[in-house]
Design a protein around this ligand. Structure first.
Ligand code: SAM
Length: 249
């Protein structure tokens, strides 16, 4: 996948300024309602396909998962917008393009098992669940993890398993993983996650402080191959990641 396809600076950030004030009530009422499905199709065309995501399984998954179910009621109208949204507890659901690009970079398929660190709303887990065999996802904030699990159950994603805890140590009972996706940023790659990658498995992880690099790490017989994708801005990884700060990567 040539890097130039992702030439924009993708921002999976927290702060969405002025969301509450952007509605225009009168004209909304005059227009015929646009269905969530048609907003989703538009989102995929304009934000995902047009920006270079090509993997048909990823595109299909983004067309299928009802993103509006993973946001708070007050943001439902913004669910298919080209930006992240708050999900409570100071956390966010990532921009749709970032979800799609990270999923494509993971390079996983129907037989694979994936670990996600940072369940958040559960949306990324649902996108993965459309593509792979099993998804194990860990969330450190209990209320978020429980809410995500509830929505995933309502939508009958039976192949997603949510755990409340610190994802720094991974989920060794279900390792090795063909893919590991990390949606909160540590300032170094946690060694336990590298250890839990299957041979030729990939980890997609934002690394750094403030503005981060999205790294794709592949486990090969010769060691870990490292590729840098583009700049992103994720919430910091908390828990053990903050104690094991070595800033070296
Ligand atoms: N993937 C999510 C989604 O689809 O909504 C978005 C994730 S949000 C950008 C990052 C999440 O990582 C937050 O919910 C945060 O609480 C969680 N997080 C931060 N540090 C963590 C850790 N050490 N272990 C597990 N989750 C963590």
């Amino acid at each position: 996948m040539p890097e130039s396809r992702y030439s924009i600076l993708a921002i999976a950030t927290i702060i969405v300024v002025g969301l509450g004030g952007s509605h225009c009530g009168a004209s909304d009422e005059e227009q015929p309602p646009v269905s969530f499905e048609s907003r989703r199709m538009e989102m995929v065309e304009n934000q995902i396909v047009r920006r270079g995501v090509q993997d048909s399984a990823v595109i299909d998954a983004m067309r299928t998962v009802p993103r509006h179910r993973f946001v708070e009621d007050k943001y439902v109208k913004e669910a298919y917008g080209d930006h992240p949204l708050p999900i409570g507890e100071g956390q966010t659901i990532s921009q749709p393009f970032v979800v799609a690009a990270m999923t494509e970079a993971l390079g996983v398929g129907p037989k694979d098992t994936v670990l996600e660190v940072g369940t958040g709303s559960g949306y990324q887990a649902a996108v993965l669940a459309e593509i792979v065999n099993q998804v194990y996802t860990i969330e450190i904030i209990a209320d978020l993890g429980k809410a995500a699990e509830r929505v995933l159950n309502e939508l009958e994603y039976k192949n997603v398993h949510v755990k409340i805890g610190d994802g720094y140590q991974g989920w060794p009972e279900h390792a090795p993983f063909h893919g590991i996706i990390v949606t909160a940023a540590p300032d170094h790659v946690p060694q336990p996650l590298t250890d839990q990658l299957a041979m030729w498995g990939r980890m997609v992880i934002p690394v750094g402080r403030d503005l981060q690099s999205l790294l794709v790490l592949t486990k090969t017989p010769e060691g870990i191959k490292r590729e840098e994708k583009f700049g992103v801005r994720f919430v910091p990884m908390t828990g053990e990641a903050l104690q094991n700060d070595d800033s070296g990567q």
